[in-house]
Design a protein around this ligand. Structure first.
Ligand SMILES: [Zn+2]
Length: 322
């Protein structure tokens, strides 16, 4: 498994499958960033694989479908976006799917990610289902915040608590991902959770974004020539750049329309400096950037393309109604 600190938990789950089919729902608890969802999915895969293989490279049809994330008998519900609640409609839609016959012979697996995000209504609907799930349906949930799930639901489950691994193991994982500087600091910030520590490290790319944003603003203000900025940016992932530019523009448009900052991000703070540009022109430019995102694969000369868009950007700044 990709996360070595989960091996013993995986082995326990494997054993429980071999001993007998699990009857009560499984609740995998632990702080964010330990890989609980990967473990739940791996559990689902072992259940659906005809030989219950733990092998990452099992070539059976079920495992291949799981790897492609299209196994029809694995049904998952999770927050649509980070921090969003899971509404009762998601649970109803799940129950509708379960009312149909399974696609393959054997079990069906229902996974719930971050069960603390179920609304009360959704949790109640899910509880009813958990009480009588029907034949050959196996349920597993993951949970970052145990106190946030109704006790009635939690008490129905068999719990598996995942702890943070020893620091050495977390360090080795981060090193394998190319994190050397600050690794110990990131692990501490993440409460020992290695995947969260990696995210914290990657968030440092915010600094890099800030530098590009400053180039972008300076180019619009006529301080840096488009050719120079295009040269600096050449070789960078164009899609990522286009996404950042689009985000900055949308933040600017939002703050222009609402008159208030929509997010306390650094980008927004700097983007506030271009909020004098007329909204229509920003929308026009936004359309251009969306085109840029789609174009880059066909464009042989990325530097020329970047220069073209940077010239357009400088132009709308110069001709705006300031
Ligand atoms: Zn298999």
């Amino acid at each position: 498994m990709e996360y070595p600190w989960l091996s013993s938990y995986l082995a326990n789950l494997y054993q429980s499958i071999l001993n007998k089919k699990p009857s009560s729902p499984l609740l995998i608890e632990g702080i964010a960033g330990l890989g609980k969802w990967s473990l739940a999915r791996k559990y689902g895969q072992m259940l659906l694989c005809p030989t219950h293989s733990q092998d990452e490279h099992c070539v059976c049809r079920a495992c291949q479908l799981m790897l492609s994330d299209v196994h029809p008998d694995l049904l998952a519900i999770e927050p649509e976006d980070e921090g969003k609640l899971i509404g009762v409609d998601s649970v109803r839609s799940l129950l509708n799917k379960l009312s149909l016959s399974p696609h393959c012979q054997g079990s069906r697996v229902v996974l719930v990610r971050q069960a603390e995000f179920l609304t009360i209504q959704a949790a109640n609907a899910f509880l009813k289902f958990v009480e009588e799930p029907g034949a050959n349906i196996i349920i597993a949930m993951t949970l970052d915040l145990p106190g946030k799930v109704p006790l009635t639901l939690r008490s129905r489950c068999q719990k598996m608590s995942i702890g943070a691994p020893p620091q050495d193991m977390a360090l080795e994982f981060l090193r394998g991902k190319g994190v050397t500087d600050d690794a110990v600091h990131c692990i501490k910030l993440a409460g020992g959770a290695p995947i969260r520590a990696l995210s914290i490290f990657e968030a440092n790319s915010m600094e890099r974004r800030k530098l590009f944003l400053m180039d972008w603003i300076s180019c619009g203000a006529g301080v840096l020539p488009p050719a120079l900025v295009a040269d600096r940016w050449n070789g960078l992932p164009i899609r990522e750049l286009a996404l950042w530019i689009r985000t900055w523009l949308l933040d600017t448009i939002r703050s222009t329309i609402s008159g208030e900052k929509t997010a306390p991000s650094l980008e927004l703070e700097v983007a506030g400096r271009v909020s004098d540009i007329h909204g229509d022109k920003l929308f026009e430019f936004l359309e251009l950037i969306v085109t840029m995102e789609g174009q880059y694969t066909r464009q042989l000369n990325n530097q020329m393309m970047l220069e073209f868009y940077l010239c357009k950007w400088r132009d709308i700044n110069n001709f705006s109604d300031i």
